[in-house]
Design a protein around this ligand. Sequence first.
Ligand code: FAD
Length: 269
Amino acid sequence: MVKAEHYPAELIERTDVSASLVVFRFLAAEQPSFTAGQYATIGVMADGDVIERPYSIVSSPGEKLLEFFVELVPGGDLTPKLWELKLGSRILIRRRIVGQFTLAPIVKRHLMLATVTGVAPFVSILRTEQIKRQKRNVTDDRFLLIHGASQVADFGPYLRELEELSKAGWLTYVPTISRPWQEPDWKGETGRVEDIVRKHADKDGSGHTNSIAYACGHPRMVENVRNILVRSGFRTDQIKEEEYFKSYDSPPLIDHGRPSARRHNLPST
Ligand SMILES: Cc1cc2nc3c(=O)[nH]c(=O)nc-3n(C[C@H](O)[C@H](O)[C@H](O)COP(=O)(O)OP(=O)(O)OC[C@H]3O[C@@H](n4cnc5c(N)ncnc54)[C@H](O)[C@@H]3O)c2cc1C
């Protein structure tokens, strides 16, 4: 039975970024109401019940299609079912879209840190910022986004989109890969988000006196970055966090910007 707290949405576009990363775009039966940075709870029917999980919304609130950037968790309850979706397939979306991972008002400098799909809320926020600027609703907010992945393909279509957005000058986008030896043509930054956050924040002038930090995605990156920023003077209430899962639940199934301790026999820091 479809519960009243959900409405259906139809899959309109699907981009398989890799075997384990997909961008889904849905047309919802109702125009969802949300603030950039929030997450929707989406699900599918299975054995008469809804299997559902939260996903940060990539699209900006005014967009017709609702976009998500999803990583496959083999053996997970929902993601293998999402992988079976074809164009025209239907999912369910919880009516209430929630979350506190939104742009902090008042502060004008925003230090954004993401692993792979953790870029989703930042894309929503930055698309929204771009729309504001196109409407000449000029703001003086500045954004530094560091986006970690193991390989270039994992950035998906957002690499190009964010590089384009950064040309206007109000966004500095720093994609960084943790397996540069697999990408001989890569000219960009290398290492994990936490390895390079201080260097780029200092270069950008984004410090504890003028900025708020946002960390989203892999829980280990979020924890490491919190420790680094606190050591550099940030108060914990200047750091907003969105962890996609609990690190004690399971080891990372794909490398989100750090060498796998098991595969490379390294200490798991
Ligand atoms: C606020 C919020 C927003 C989120 N937004 C996104 C998003 O935009 N894109 C996205 O892909 N995911 C996102 N997630 C994670 C998502 O909600 C699911 O947890 C994930 O897709 C796994 O669902 P599942 O049912 O397939 O696996 P489950 O059955 O829920 O999990 C199986 C096991 O895998 C662990 N696990 C879950 N995710 C991962 C992972 N990525 N790597 C390693 N182990 C994992 C779980 O902790 C559990 O032990 C978000 C989570 C939260 C809390």
